[in-house]
Design a protein around this ligand. Structure first.
Ligand SMILES: Nc1ncnc2c1ncn2[C@@H]1O[C@H](COP(=O)(O)OP(=O)(O)OP(=O)(O)O)[C@@H](O)[C@H]1O
Ligand SMILES: [Mg+2]
Length: 290
């Protein structure tokens, strides 16, 4: 799947529901092929890489994660969907310890999450995270954005970091932009740089929290394409998204959350074509009506 390196596209005139639907439709169109998703080895990895065991999390009196147990195998792509405020971001943030938990346990590759210190830094390197906002360093070039952390945390040389950085930028289709500043790139290009920056740490698992929801519609697919490619290469991924076409195409498993609980869990086909709970049916009805 080609990953375009489109020039910066201006113009809010192109924005609009119609375009959003068109961008989605491109993914919906490939949904059938995606149901089986062609990744023969995915989801068959039996080694759990990320495990949440009866996790509870409160913000004050608000119970945001309610007895969450979830296991993600090596090479698996898990898509988390659910209404606003259901705890999807909080769940992601607890996995790389941006948020603490109140009870239960989270393990990465069999190791319980460390509380603090050097071990925590190492863990964060193992768990890559891509947010809705790209959070690139605005005064650093694209290549510097990708080489900074590996040089510091992985301790590799400048030349090795540059070599690896350029390879990663090529993988996400923005190597020709390496000398520019983030503000000179389109949103889609910046998000692809953010993905390359996470990959530069050689993470065991990648978390994506609504990576395309801040993008203009015409740039959504270029980011989804990179994510599909990563999935096909065997990356273990946890993805919070409203892009149902992507979920159908790339997910091995879909989890539906509402009010801090996991209400449904199954293959994309089970979830989308044989939705069980009224809550999920209602949610899908609203999303797909767009
Ligand atoms: N730092 C915080 N302090 C207090 N409450 C918070 C904090 N972060 C999130 N919450 C609350 O926790 C609940 C879950 O929030 P979260 O951001 O995880 O939901 P979400 O499913 O990601 O929603 P969205 O789809 O809007 O991104 C919400 O009620 C939210 O208001
Ligand atoms: Mg969120």
């Amino acid at each position: 799947m080609a990953v375009g390196d489109s020039d910066k596209q201006e113009g809010s005139a192109a924005r609009g529901d119609r375009e959003t639907s068109a961008a989605r439709a491109a993914y919906e169109g490939s949904a059938d092929a995606g149901a089986a998703n062609g990744r023969a080895d995915a989801s068959q990895g039996d080694r759990p890489l990320v495990e949440l065991d009866h996790v509870d999390k409160y913000f004050g009196t608000l119970h945001v994660l309610k007895d969450i147990s979830l296991s993600v195998s090596t090479g698996e792509v898990l898509v988390i969907i659910g209404p606003s405020g259901s705890g999807k971001s909080t769940l992601c943030r607890t996995i790389n310890r941006l948020e603490s938990i109140d009870s239960g346990e989270i393990r990465i590759d069999g190791e319980p999450l460390p509380q603090e210190g050097r071990q925590l830094t190492r863990l964060r390197a193992e768990v890559g995270m891509v947010f809705q906002s790209f959070n690139l360093f605005s005064h650093k070039t694209i290549l510097e954005n990708v080489t900074l952390a590996p040089r510091k945390v992985r301790g590799i040389s400048v030349s090795q970091a540059k070599r690896e950085g350029m390879d990663l930028l090529a993988r996400v289709g923005v190597d020709s932009q390496s000398g520019k500043l983030p503000s000179q790139l389109s949103g889609g290009q910046q998000q692809r740089v953010a993905i390359a920056r996470s990959l530069a740490m050689h993470p065991k698992v990648m978390l994506f929290d609504e990576p395309t929801s801040a993008l203009d519609p015409e740039m959504i697919n270029e980011v989804l394409d990179v994510m599909v490619k990563l999935a096909n290469e065997g990356m273990t991924m946890i993805v919070v998204t409203h892009e149902m076409g992507f979920a159908r195409q790339a997910a091995d498993r879909v989890v539906f959350m509402a009010d801090g609980e996991i209400l449904e869990e199954g293959t994309p086909e089970e979830f989308f074509d044989h939705t069980k709970t009224d809550r999920a049916k209602d949610f899908l009805g609203k999303i797909l009506a767009h």
